[in-house]
Design a protein around this ligand. Structure first.
Ligand code: ADP
Ligand code: MG
Length: 452
């Protein structure tokens, strides 16, 4: 059952109950009014009859009594009747009936019946001894009047309820329209369509919901584009790494394998020519070539699986990283200073530190042509480590050519761990300084020392 349907049926039910209560109240009021009116009319008529009989005294004639009855003709609430000594009807007045007649169920609901007063005529009424003058109320007219008023009031209440219902229907329709738009927009977001903005017009409550929603979508768009950039970076890095591995295999491993092949052929030839004295020399050459190949294969494997090298600690991993680059760039002077023995560094922090150093060295070599790169990782007094990579290369261009995914990735890694990241030209000499701070804990008992 939709919210709109539930809301409208509940409101309709409340309005029906209000109408019914209003009608019940009207009936109760009408009963009171009819009762009071009948009582007053009967008392008034009773007074009139008694006064008239008293005035006549001994001279009470049948003619007078008949005209007294006739004086009640046209009354709306009282009917008068005269009975002679043998209880036979001698005269009766005619009440005026209004045009409107209440339905029987309404008369039953009001429940006011007719009342009768019998006034015995005095013995002195010589023309009608032991006769009875009868007064009887007839509430039909008053009930008809109440019926008319109740009908009018009911119509007014009905119109009011109908108007209220239509107004609520319109407001609810408008409000729920906002929610259905909101649900549609959320659906779009969950389908990955972040180009969904909501109109910020309308009532302040809806406008602030729409503003909050739009801010959220804006953020999601930013994260999505960063995410895409990082994915692209990963793909480019993978491509570069693969090309490097292919080059290494070709340049470093290929010649040795060729040499092994040549030496193996030579051993075969020497063996068939029975020149066994030369064989050990060739075998040694094969062993040496195989050792070279093993060394390079190991280096490549470490490069491919850096996280595995972290199993032996950040210090070992970074030493191997610099050894890897040193091997390829013998002219660059690498300096490594790592003092993290007093710190407990979680694996995600180690991983981020390693990646930041890796990307900084790769950037320095690719973009700066430096002669020296220094890497330092030191504890900071306020529970953290600071990572600094300084090169003496060309430095950043006036404005970084493009804030590439490498820089974004490093900053993201630091931010994800509540750390900081910065890259700038060196203040002294040429080159670039990359600095990052990552949180970690000091080993118990080392906090005071670090603070000093
Ligand atoms: N050590 C550095 N020396 C000179 N320029 C650098 C250095 N590090 C970064 N840059 C500049 O910053 C840019 C962005 O770097 P990065 O985000 O890693 O992207 P990429 O390395 O793919 O170009 C580089 O293109 C380069 O112009
Ligand atoms: Mg880069």
């Amino acid at each position: 059952m939709s919210l709109r349907f539930r809301l409208l049926t509940s409101i309709a039910a409340v309005l029906v109950v209000v109408l019914a209560l209003g009608e019940a109240l009207l009936c109760w009021r009408a009963t009171n009014i009819v009762e009071v009116e009948m009582r007053a009319s009967l008392a008034g008529a009773d007074d009139i009859v008694h006064q008239a009989l008293a005035q006549q005294g001994e001279r009470l004639t049948a003619g007078f009594l008949t005209s007294l009855v006739a004086s009640f003709n046209g009354q709306r609430h009282i009917r008068a009747a005269l009975f002679d000594s043998r209880h036979k009807l001698a005269a009766r007045s005619q009440t005026t009936m209004s045009n409107d007649i209440a339905p029987a169920w309404f008369s039953d609901l009001i429940g006011v019946g007719s009342q009768t007063i019998r006034i015995p005529l005095p013995d002195s009424a010589n023309e009608m001894p032991n006769g009875v003058f009868e007064l009887q109320t007839d509430p039909a007219n008053e009930i008809a009047e109440a019926w008319g008023q109740a009908g009018e009031t009911f119509m007014i209440m009905l119109l009011f309820c109908a108007g209220a219902f239509v107004a609520i229907y319109a407001v609810a329709g408008h409000s729920l329209g906002f929610f259905s738009k909101f649900i549609g927009a959320l659906q779009n977001i969950s389908d990955g369509n972040y180009q969904t903005d909501m109109s910020e017009k309308g009532p302040p409550e809806f406008a602030s919901v729409a503003r909050g929603f739009n801010r959220m979508v804006e953020r999601l768009r930013e994260y999505e584009s960063k995410n895409r950039a990082l994915q692209e970076q990963i793909l480019t890095q993978q491509e570069e790494e693969r090309a490097e591995v292919a080059r290494d295999l070709h340049d470093e491993v290929g010649p040795y394998l060729f040499a092994v092949n040549v030496d193996a052929d030579a051993i075969l030839r020497l063996a068939t020519q029975s020149k066994t004295a030369e064989i050990p020399e060739r075998a040694l050459a094969i062993r040496e070539a195989v050792m070279h190949v093993q060394k390079y294969v190991k280096a490549i494997l470490r490069q491919l699986r850096p996280s595995a090298t972290l199993d032996f600690g950040l210090q070992v991993a970074i030493s191997e990283l610099t050894a890897f680059w040193q091997n390829r760039n013998p002219t660059i002077r690498f300096t490594v200073q790592i003092e993290i023995d007093r710190m407990i560094i979680d694996r995600p922090v180690e991983d981020a530190a390693y990646r930041i150093v890796q990307e900084s060295i790769s950037n320095a070599i690719r973009h700066g042509q430096p002669t020296a790169i220094s890497i330092s990782i030191e504890p900071r007094p306020e529970n953290g480590i600071s990572i600094t990579v300084i090169d003496d290369g060309k430095g950043l261009r006036p404005a970084i050519a493009h804030a590439g995914t490498g820089l974004v990735g490093m900053a993201e890694r630091a931010r994800a761990l509540n750390g900081t990241f910065d890259i700038a030209d060196c203040t002294e000499g040429s080159g670039v300084k990359v600095s990052a701070c990552l949180p970690c804990r000091a080993r118990p008992g080392q906090e005071m020392e670090l603070a000093n």
